[in-house]
Design a protein around this ligand. Structure first.
Ligand code: NAP
Length: 294
């Protein structure tokens, strides 16, 4: 029962990295699929993972990584290439006799979404459905980790403000390690979850003004939410290193849909499948306090 975990090195939400570690901690055999054989791969190897190095868009790389694998987690970053990587995974998985896949999608996945990346997530789900392999789709809302990278930390540190174009709409941000617990829960016992689509959320749906209040309380200084037009946010994102145009377009379109309540939902998926309640925003801020301090 070897389990293949894509995105195992982890970069942003690091769901693959957390899932690999959690499955290894349960004593399950894990093959970690990584793009490069670096220190992150060495850490996984030291924990007992078998390492497969390759590109998720390369059929040969994915086919050899899937040899002898029964269940797999598929995740691909918000970059060009999702449909190619998904189709490659589906085709190689079918040939290898893969029995189950957990697929990382998004709460935004819809055929008519204004974001091309959201539409591609919906298409990627369909490709996996057609593969004949038992699939479970995960559609989380925003990750808590976004608060560190694209949605707040720099301006919270510098001026005690969060600039975002979310109006008064709410969402229940979820930690990457909590989504990973759902991945691990499904892979450890896939049968009850076949054909299901889950929305793993954080514990509370909060407006950005309410999230700013949580920051104020935990950091012990005033943090305010500044509601800005989507166009201004687009300009701010274009000045951040490492945020490609593809992601800026997605985040801008998702912000517009978010203003209309697209992400306002709380579920018990993390607790029921992942085995424990999800991390709160307050705990996340406490654990990452240094990132938000002046
Ligand atoms: N952020 C959010 O708010 C949010 C919310 C809901 C859903 N999601 C979904 O979450 C997914 C991303 O998950 P994540 O944050 O856990 O990912 P992540 O931490 O960014 O990790 C992605 C991993 O994939 C590897 N990778 C990238 N391109 C590759 C390729 N061509 N071949 C092989 N490996 C490749 C990267 O390797 P390197 O590190 O070596 O580059 C990285 O380790 C996306 O599908 C996104 O839509 C995100």
């Amino acid at each position: 029962m070897t389990l293949l975990i894509a995105g195992a090195a982890g970069r942003h939400g690091a769901t693959g990295n957390h899932a690999a570690r959690q499955l290894l901690a349960r004593g399950l055999p894990v093959r970690a699929f990584v793009r490069q054989d670096d220190a992150r791969a060495a850490e996984l190897k030291a924990l007992g993972a078998d390492i497969a190095v390759g590109d998720l868009r390369d059929l040969g790389d994915v086919a050899s990584a899937l040899d002898g694998v029964t269940g797999a987690y598929f995740t691909y970053p918000l970059e060009e290439g999702l449909l190619e990587a998904t189709t490659t995974f589906a085709a190689a998985g079918r040939r290898a006799g893969l029995r189950s896949i957990v697929n990382m999608s998004q709460i935004t996945a819809r055929p008519d979404h204004a974001s091309p990346a959201a539409r591609r997530h919906w298409l990627a789900e369909r490709v996996l459905d057609w593969s004949g392999i038992a699939v479970t789709h995960l559609r989380p809302p925003f990750f808590l980790e976004n608060l560190i990278t694209i949605a707040g930390a720099a301006t919270i540190r510098a001026e005690g403000r969060m600039y975002l174009p979310y109006g008064s709409a709410r969402h229940a941000p979820v930690a990457g390690h909590d989504v990973a617990r759902v991945v691990a829960g499904v892979l450890a016992d896939p049968a009850p979850h076949q054909g299901r689509t889950y929305v793993p959320t954080g514990p509370a749906s909060l407006s950005m003004a309410e999230q700013a209040d949580v920051f104020s309380r935990v950091l012990g200084r005033r943090v305010e939410y500044a509601d800005i037009p989507v166009e201004r946010w687009r300009q701010m994102l274009s000045q951040v290193d490492g945020v490609p145009a593809y992601l800026i377009e997605h985040l801008s379109r998702v912000a517009e849909a978010h203003q209309h309540g697209e992400q306002d939902l709380v579920t018990d998926v993390v607790e029921t499948i992942g085995g424990a309640p999800p991390q709160s925003l307050a705990t996340f801020i406490r654990e990452n306090r240094a990132v938000f301090e002046r």
